[in-house]
Design a protein around this ligand. Structure first.
Ligand SMILES: *Cc1c(COP(=O)(O)O)cnc(C)c1O
Length: 402
């Protein structure tokens, strides 16, 4: 296909609109360019129709696709060792698309240790769109067998639960799903592809909030999905028809962030391990510390087998009471009191009053947290500064308790 010939002649206003001709570049730029064009010229009118109906490959309209997003899809597919990948305007939009495509007319079975925003999404879809959704603890094959019925068409689990850091046995869960002919979606946001690649473990699809580790700098909201060509084709259609496509600037920020993903996740995991050790060694005030690096973590043995040997950057600490948890969070000087996770900045959050505020008390308990739970997303600052910060915050929580 010949590109539309650039027009550099005509009157002033015509040249102002058409005069910025793009030179043909026969080289590969080292960095991915941002393509903000919302629409693409063709040589003939018929070609526009062919592009819109996918009869020829190419770009036609920004809501469908753009070259910067294509670059993001390529790197996500590569990191997840999946045939194809797609993106959406948020992790939530990506979860909605992949679950809607896979559920057909059946019921959705989702883990009870679910990210708060996904609870809200599923509750709305039940209320407004007639979805049928069930929740159960889904960490093991036995958990899944106990909850799965013939009406379920899709199972949704999270690799590492928020905030308990409980690890789901993805290979075992995937084996049950395959045996029962049920699709498996894994929200791998807390792990990132550095720790876990669920499609290689038998999941139908992996979904991630790229707002977190993939973007990694707290400056973009985005979501990605990876899986088979057939599934990703259906997700693509769902995303552009419902209008939740990712913009090229956001796609570019995620592509840029991913270049340092492995470095950031390794350093953040090491920092989180040091912080978890400091909290676990506290003489008083700490009821429990949840981090996969600790021997006491129920799935500690899965770190080398399922998480590539890295315990991850998220941890939770139970300080026994809401006032102690609030005093701890309020005393932090390096950890920033903020929502989100997976970025360069260390963040502290009190889930019961923030990320999990949508949950009723029984749902809170199912999600594995209490009023005194504080979640830490450990960043890439100096280890010593982070350890000193939690030591100081613990003292403040202790003063409060005393
Ligand atoms: C943040 C998050 C989401 C939602 O992603 P958004 O980009 O905020 O829509 C989903 N799942 C998990 C585990 C998350 O941490």
């Amino acid at each position: 296909m010949e590109p539309t010939p650039p027009r550099t002649t005509g009157g002033f206003a015509t040249r102002a609109v058409h005069g910025a001709t793009v030179p043909p570049v026969g080289q590969h730029p080292v960095s991915v360019p941002i393509h903000p064009s919302a629409t693409w010229g063709t040589a003939t009118s018929a070609e526009v129709g062919d592009l819109l109906t996918d009869e020829v490959a190419g770009y036609v309209y920004g809501r469908y696709d753009n070259p910067t997003s294509t670059a993001l899809h390529a790197v996500i597919g590569s990191l997840h060792e999946a045939p194809a990948a797609w993106s959406a305007a948020s992790g939530t939009a990506a979860i909605h698309a992949v679950l809607d495509v896979l559920r057909g007319e059946g019921r959705v079975l989702a883990t009870a240790m679910l990210y708060g925003g996904t609870w809200a999404l599923l509750r709305r879809l039940e209320r407004d769109a007639g979805w049928k959704v069930d929740h159960a603890p889904l960490l093991t094959a036995a958990d899944l067998r106990a909850a799965l019925t013939d009406e379920h068409t899709v199972v949704h689990v999270e690799t590492i639960a928020n905030p308990s850091t409980a690890i789901a046995d993805i290979p075992a869960i995937a084996a049950v799903c395959q045996e029962r002919g049920v699709e498996l979606v894994v929200d791998n946001t807390f792990a990132s592809p550095v720790l876990c690649r669920p499609v290689t473990l038998g999941a139908t699809a992996v979904v991630e909030s790229a707002t977190k580790f993939l973007g990694g700098h707290g400056d973009v909201v985005a979501g990605v999905v990876a899986g088979s060509d057939e599934l990703v084709g259906r997700v693509r259609e769902h995303v552009y028809e419902l209008g939740g496509s990712l913009g090229p600037f956001e796609a570019w920020l995620v592509v840029r962030g991913i270049q340092t993903l492995a470095l950031r996740v390794r350093q953040a995991s090491a920092n989180a391990t040091a912080v978890a050790a400091e909290l676990a060694a506290a003489p008083r005030g700490v009821v429990a510390v949840h981090h996969p690096s600790l021997d006491a973590h129920p799935q500690h043995a899965m770190v080398p087998t399922m998480l590539s040997g890295l315990p991850g950057a998220l941890l939770a600490v139970d300080l026994g009471s809401r006032p102690a948890a609030e005093a701890f969070a309020d005393a932090c000087r390096v950890f920033v009191r903020a929502a989100s996770l997976g970025g360069t900045h260390s963040l502290v959050l009190h889930p019961a009053s923030t990320s999990h505020r949508q949950l009723r008390d029984d749902e809170l308990r199912l999600a594995g947290l209490g009023p005194g739970t504080v979640r830490l997303s450990v960043g890439v600052e100096e280890t010593e500064d982070l350890v000193a910060d939690v030591r100081h915050a613990l003292a403040a929580a202790d003063d409060h308790a005393a």
